[in-house]
Design a protein around this ligand. Structure first.
Ligand code: IMP
Ligand code: MG
Length: 178
């Protein structure tokens, strides 16, 4: 574990240690194991950033649970915002299922604000959000995170799945821009 890391042109300092992250994930798993006992939720993890969080969280589950990974892509379309969000790999029927979205970080909330209506459209039985991080000061859309790891300041972070220009995802810790 290094106190600072250099990623491309930027310097980052240690913000959350591996132990702090793993302890928090265990707490989230305990809550989910309790809330979903006797049910069989489908976790939908959003690539790329959430792959480590999804893996470590899933290992801590004792309930029956399904997992799928999707990728969200925006393309230019004929909407007021000019962008259309499409979910690649979402090939499971969500009707009457208990859904838990797994996100690395909720920043402005724009991504989930666009994605959630597409899920609701399929009439799941329930829909909750598990996010490792959120940045309350950056939030622009009303996204309630049901299972949260850490609320962090509005500063750019890398590590534990999160990248800066494609790099830094491999760190076991989370580093904050200096
Ligand atoms: P939102 O739509 O603004 O909530 O952005 C969500 C996505 O932006 C996350 O899933 C991340 O992939 C990315 N993101 C937001 N903040 C950070 C950060 O501090 N570091 C790395 N990626 C981030
Ligand atoms: Mg992401």
């Amino acid at each position: 574990m290094q106190p600072t890391v250099q990623v491309l042109d930027k310097k980052f300092e240690l913000y959350l240690s591996e132990t702090e992250i793993q302890d928090q994930i265990k707490k989230i798993a305990i809550a989910i194991n309790k809330d979903y006992v006797g049910r069989r939720p489908l976790f939908i993890a959003i690539l790329n950033g959430s792959f480590m969080f999804a893996s470590d969280l899933f290992k801590q589950l004792t309930i029956d649970a399904e997992l799928c990974f999707i990728k969200l892509a925006s393309y230019k379309g004929m909407t007021s915002s000019g962008q259309v969000l499409t979910a690649i790999g979402l090939d499971v029927d969500l009707f009457e299922k208990d859904i838990i979205i797994i996100e690395d970080i909720v920043d402005t909330g724009k991504t989930l604000n666009e994605f959630i209506p597409k899920l609701i459209h399929q009439q799941p039985a329930s829909l909750k959000i598990a996010a490792l991080l959120n940045k309350p000061d950056a939030l622009e859309f009303p996204i309630p995170v049901d299972y949260l790891g850490f609320s962090i300041p509005n500063k750019f972070v890398v590590g534990y799945g999160l990248d800066y220009d494609g790099l830094g995802r491999n760190f076991k810790e989370i580093y904050q821009l200096v």
